[in-house]
Structure formats: structure tokens, C-alpha cells
Design a protein around this ligand. Structure first.
Ligand SMILES: Cc1cc2nc3c(=O)[nH]c(=O)nc-3n(C[C@H](O)[C@H](O)[C@H](O)COP(=O)(O)O)c2cc1C
Length: 244
């Protein structure tokens, strides 16, 4: 089988790592990628030792390219650099990516030279390496509306611009608990995610039609969804004896 991308690495930024809803979407994408012939791996920052950036800039001026922290970040970075496609997958926490994901991105500063270059309409740090870096965003959130992805959507666009990464697109899953409570509702979207994994590996791109299918609306009425979820929440409180 002819493939364009042979190595796909996903970073799942959920603190729940492989136990959450983000994982469900990531695994479907990777299943599609594997059936198209790619090797895949998932990395979980929550399970790795990645210390927050201290802003000391030792890595810029004293020991260029080497961070003062001795932890798992360089090993993670090496895997990302070897990948033909990196899937950045994060739940929405407080309208953005999780702390684990952001901490990982902050530490990218080590590998970025300090110098400023004006390019097009704004300033950047110099491009790192010759290899084309392809990236994709997967995100899930608790609320049922798609606007909860607005901030993360813009944030990843800027991050990818800074990295000069080629973006293959975004796949967003609101009302993520529905994947556990009523999986059938979201199954057509997950099938599209799987198809997207195959397309990415075979073609190096995902078609607009597939991305639209993956992002198809599946919550008819956010109020009805909220009411159903509230019943579940009350039930959980009763189960734990914190509500009568
Ligand atoms: C601390 C915290 C903050 C959250 N903030 C938001 C939020 O701003 N908007 C939203 O829609 N969901 C929010 N959620 C819900 C999560 O996005 C949702 O539970 C998601 O399924 C978690 O991903 P995971 O299942 O992969 O761990 C938050 C959850 C937690 C624990």
C-alpha cells in the first residue's frame, strides 16, 4: 500500500490520559491511520515528567537548545520530530487546552532560537529544521455548543503558524460525555474521524467533506442535553451520599 505519512504520533493532553473521552476520538483516528499502513503511538503528558518552563532562558543563551530541567520533555520532543504527522488532542479546560498540554508547548521554547525575524506581516522566531511538520487538532468539551472551541481553535492556529506547521484540520466533539452515555449518537462522526486517519496517511491531507462529517452537529437541543446530564449529576451525588 502506498502511504504518504508512515509515522503518526498523538499527544493526548487529558489529565485522565487513556481513561477519558479524548482518547476515544484519538484511538479512532489512529485506527484509520493504522489500517492505511502507518505506525502509531500515543503520548500522555499527564503520565510523563514535564516540569513547567521557568522562563530563565538558559536554553537560549547559556546552553542553547538544552533546558535546565532534566525530565521527559526531550524524549517527547524527539518522538514528535520523528513523526510525519502529530495529532494534538486536548479536552477543553477553562475554555482552553489543559495545563499539561500548555506546559508541554511552553517547553518548545528550548528548541526555538531567540532571534526575531520579520516575515510577511509579523515577527517570528526562526524556522527550526527543514522537515515539513504536519499537525492536526482534536478536542472534546463538556458543554454542548461548538463555541466552547473558539479559543482553542485560534490558539492552535497561532501555535501552528509559529511552528510553520501544515495543519490538516480540526475535529471537535462537544457534549463529550455523550460518547459514554449514548455512543450511537456520535458514531457517524467517529467513523468520519477514522476515515480521516486513513486519508491523512494515504493522501497527506483530509478532505473537506470528511472534516465536515467529523464535525457534524449531533446535539439537537442543548437545553435538553443539559437537563439529561443534570439528572445524571444528581444521581451521582445521591450515589456518593452527598445529596439526598
Ligand atoms: C477543570 C475542568 C475544566 C473544564 N472546563 C471546561 C470548559 O471550559 N468548557 C467545557 O465545555 N468543558 C469543560 N470541562 C469539561 C471537559 O472538557 C470534559 O469533561 C472532557 O470530556 C474531558 O476530557 P477527557 O474526558 O478526555 O478527560 C472542564 C473539565 C474540567 C475537569
Amino acid at each position: 500500500m502506498e502511504t504518504k505519512l508512515s509515522r503518526v504520533v498523538a499527544v493526548n493532553g487529558s489529565p485522565r490520559a487513556s481513561e477519558g473521552m479524548t482518547e476515544i476520538v484519538v484511538r479512532r483516528f489512529l485506527a484509520g491511520a493504522e489500517s492505511a499502513g502507518a505506525q502509531t503511538e500515543v503520548l500522555y503528558p499527564a503520565k510523563m515528567k514535564i516540569a513547567p518552563c521557568l522562563g530563565c532562558l538558559y536554553c537560549w543563551f547559556r546552553t542553547p537548545g538544552v533546558c535546565r530541567h532534566k525530565d521527559d520533555h526531550p524524549a517527547l520532543m524527539e518522538k514528535l520530530q520523528q513523526a510525519d504527522l502529530v495529532v494534538f488532542a486536548t479536552p477543553i479546560y477553562v475554555d482552553g487546552m489543559t495545563g499539561q498540554m500548555k506546559t508541554m508547548f511552553d517547553r518548545f521554547v528550548t528548541y526555538t532560537p531567540p532571534f526575531f525575524e520579520f516575515e510577511g506581516h509579523r515577527s517570528y522566531h526562526p524556522r527550526v529544521g527543514e522537515k515539513e511538520f504536519r499537525a492536526l487538532v482534536i478536542s472534546v468539551c463538556g458543554f454542548p455548543e461548538r463555541e466552547h472551541f473558539d479559543a482553542v481553535d485560534l490558539h492552535f492556529k497561532r501555535i501552528f503558524e509559529n511552528m510553520r506547521a501544515v495543519s490538516l484540520g480540526e475535529m471537535y466533539f462537544p457534549a463529550a460525555s455523550i460518547m459514554a452515555t449514548e455512543p450511537g449518537v456520535v458514531e457517524p462522526n467517529l467513523q468520519a474521524v477514522e476515515a480521516a486517519g486513513g486519508e491523512a496517511v494515504r493522501d497527506g491531507a483530509i478532505s473537506v467533506a470528511t472534516l465536515e462529517r467529523a464535525n457534524r452537529e449531533y446535539i439537537d437541543d442543548p437545553r435538553v442535553f443539559g437537563e439529561k446530564l443534570n439528572e445524571i449529576f444528581h444521581g451521582l451525588r445521591r450515589h456518593h451520599g452527598s445529596e439526598t
